[in-house]
Design a protein around this ligand. Structure first.
Ligand code: KIV
Ligand code: NA
Length: 275
């Protein structure tokens, strides 16, 4: 059954946890979908894990649409949410236009944006255009320069109150769900209890209504450091490196390919007829 913004809200009402992962291409989206994951995020994290930038800031609308198209073709049952990239939703008009492009050109079922009180009007306008919005609060990576680095948010009264106010504002604006990233577990618990829409945590403890991870983190195939909130469910990076190295060694030694098993035959008499 196809997950939607409506089934996501219903899951919270029923007390069912929601599982989400990122994906950025057809092959991975299909594997994630077949695994029974409830939702796929085409995150602007693709700027880092797919495009090799050191932040999400350079990501464009064209990048998001390109990857969204690939993912939506592979996602039969999972809800597909697509990120609005940095500076694509600064004004209300721009927010509606770009959310519309993610749906019309990218095939998104919902869009996600980073922000709370300050983006109330943008969220409301997008929702009014019948596009479901997932909000994103806490350690919002598009604000890396304003935060002075990737740091947990909401550890003191001032920032905790701001995030709680933001959570109330995005629900009021009509968001159907919210990602809580890099916030203390106790704050995530307070927000999850107060809101009627599902909270999806990443580095927010086990108290949220769902969880999301970047799939390269879960498979340990990106970067050297492991953020505290990541759990490695497989060592795919090491497996890929090992497989690529063994293939390379076999090519150089002549062990790959094997003509009987991996080559194609032709009647030898044809050779003599060639001129
Ligand atoms: O871009 C992304 O992958 C995200 C998730 C980490 C929530 O926004
Ligand atoms: Na993102």
């Amino acid at each position: 059954m196809k997950n939607t913004a409506v089934t996501f809200r219903a899951a919270k009402a029923k007390g069912e946890k929601l599982s989400m992962l990122t994906a950025y291409d057809y092959t991975t989206a299909k594997l994630v979908d077949e695994s029974g994951i409830d939702g796929i995020l085409v995150g602007d994290s693709l700027g880092m894990v797919m495009l090799g930038y050191d932040s999400t800031l350079p990501v464009t609308m064209e990048d998001m649409i390109h990857h969204a198209k690939c993912v939506t073709r592979g996602a039969k049952n999972a809800l597909v949410v697509v990120d609005l990239p940095f500076m694509a939703y600064h004004t209300v008009d721009q927010a509606v236009e770009n959310a519309g492009r993610l749906v019309k050109e990218g095939g998104a079922q919902a869009v996600k944006l980073e922000g709370g009180v300050a983006f109330h009007d943008q969220i409301k306008a997008i929702v009014t255009a019948s596009i479901p919005v997932m909000a994103h609060l806490g350690l919002t990576p598009q604000s890396v320069n304003a935060f002075g680095g990737f740091k947990v948010q909401g550890k003191n009264i001032k920032t905790a109150q701001q995030i709680l106010d933001d959570a109330r504002a995005i629900e009021d604006a009509g968001a159907f769900a919210v990602v809580l990233e890099g916030v203390p577990t106790l704050l995530a618990k307070k927000i999850t209890e107060e809101l009627s829409i599902p909270t999806i945590g990443i580095g927010a403890g086990d108290v949220t209504d769902g969880q999301i991870l970047v799939y390269q983190d879960l498979l340990n195939m990106y970067g050297e450091m492991k953020p505290k909130f990541v759990r490695h469910y497989a060592e795919i990076g090491a497996q890929m490196r090992d497989a690529f190295a063994r293939y390379s060694a076999d090519v150089k030694s002549g062990a790959f390919p094997d003509n009987d098993r991996e080559g194609f035959k032709m009647d030898e008499s044809i050779l003599s007829e060639l001129h």
